[in-house]
Design a binder for this molecule. Structure first.
Ligand code: DGY
Length: 328
């Protein structure tokens, strides 16, 4: 019998699919709704044929070796898979899979939640109201920046970047973007976006939204120099991975007024937040909620389960990350 170790309870539909395909006994779910710790992860991984980790679980060579030769597949419950040492998995002939596509629209919606909240200082104003400090309407209270008619800069024009850019139409915006693989002309036209170099993106964006994967090229890319190159009225938004940003530099840029505001759903050292960032009234900070809708998380559960079932039944997982590097 196979054994699947799920590192945190996920929506029931995914667990039910695993049980139906592999047998109820095969599915071993870490019982607590909190991030699993290292010892618990190593213990749970021992002898598993499949792992279903969260983006908060570092799955490295030690974890894979603890599982041993029986481990066939690691199906991350996320589209991002920077928590997994993919090279180590490939060397051991372990398939790595993820959950792309289904969280695109939810993450784009959340990106726009941050854009609007940061532009209009919604978090700061709500805290003020709840604190009982509001003494009535004022002509200069909580003045923000416009979104309509401004320039949206997208860094990383993959699925999520494109979904964010499409929504900009409703706000009559110019959309510019910088990405690793430029869009073809037809897609560019359909989205109404214009490819530009990184310097232009920094200099011309009124709202700069980050949608890149975390790689050696993007780690720490948004630091002091980048923030100094932006407009003092600009907003910086990140719903991708926190390590693309030097959080201390961002906090300083906000305190100095080098940029107007920020909207962040992801952080450099989650769940820790840089203390200087917590002191920035113009930063809207959310606890990594990009894909957090009932429907999206259920779809992610189904895809992760499907990836495992396919791999354990000798088929190709639908979203197989290391298939190009697969040893012959
Ligand atoms: C992901 O899937 O990578 C998001 O960060 C969380 O859903």
């Amino acid at each position: 019998m196979s054994r699947v170790f799920v590192t945190r309870p996920i929506p029931d539909n995914g667990l039910d699919e695993l049980r139906a395909a592999l047998g109820a006994e095969a599915v071993d779910v870490f019982p607590h709704d909190r991030p699993i710790n290292r010892d618990e992860l190593l213990e749970g991984a021992a002898g598993a044929n499949a792992l279903l980790p969260m983006l908060t679980d570092p799955v490295d060579a030690e974890v894979m070796d603890r599982a041993g030769a029986s481990l066939k597949v690691i199906a991350n419950y996320a589209v991002g898979f920077n928590n997994i040492d993919v090279d180590a998995a490939t060397e051991r002939r372990i398939m790595v899979a993820n959950t792309p596509g289904v969280l695109t629209e939810a993450t784009a919606d959340l990106t726009w939640t941050l854009i609007m909240a940061a532009a209009r200082r919604a978090g700061e104003a709500e805290r003020y109201l709840r604190a009982g400090e509001w003494d009535g309407w004022g002509p200069q209270q909580f003045l923000g920046v416009d979104v309509n008619g401004q320039t949206l800069g997208v860094f990383g024009m993959g699925r999520i970047g494109q979904a964010v850019a499409r929504r900009a139409r409703g706000f009559n915006m110019r959309v510019i973007y910088t990405t690793r693989t430029p869009l073809d002309a037809e897609t560019e036209r359909a989205i109404g976006a214009e490819a530009v170099g990184f310097e232009t993106l920094l200099a011309e964006s009124d709202i700069l939204s980050v949608h890149c994967p975390l790689t050696s090229e993007t780690r720490g890319l948004f630091g002091r120099e980048a923030f100094q190159a932006m407009k003092p009225t600009a907003l910086f938004i990140n719903t991708s991975r926190g390590q693309a940003v030097d959080e201390a530099a961002l906090a300083e840029a906000l305190h100095e007024g080098a940029i107007f505001g920020a909207g962040l759903d992801v952080f450099e050292n989650e769940p820790a937040i840089h203390p200087r960032l917590l002191e920035c009234p113009h930063a809207v900070l959310l606890p990594h909620l990009g894909s957090a809708t009932h429907a999206t998380r259920a779809k992610m559960a189904s895809i992760a389960a499907g990836n495992i079932i396919a791999a354990l039944q000798g088929r190709r997982p639908r979203h197989w990350v290391n298939q190009d590097a697969w040893p012959a």
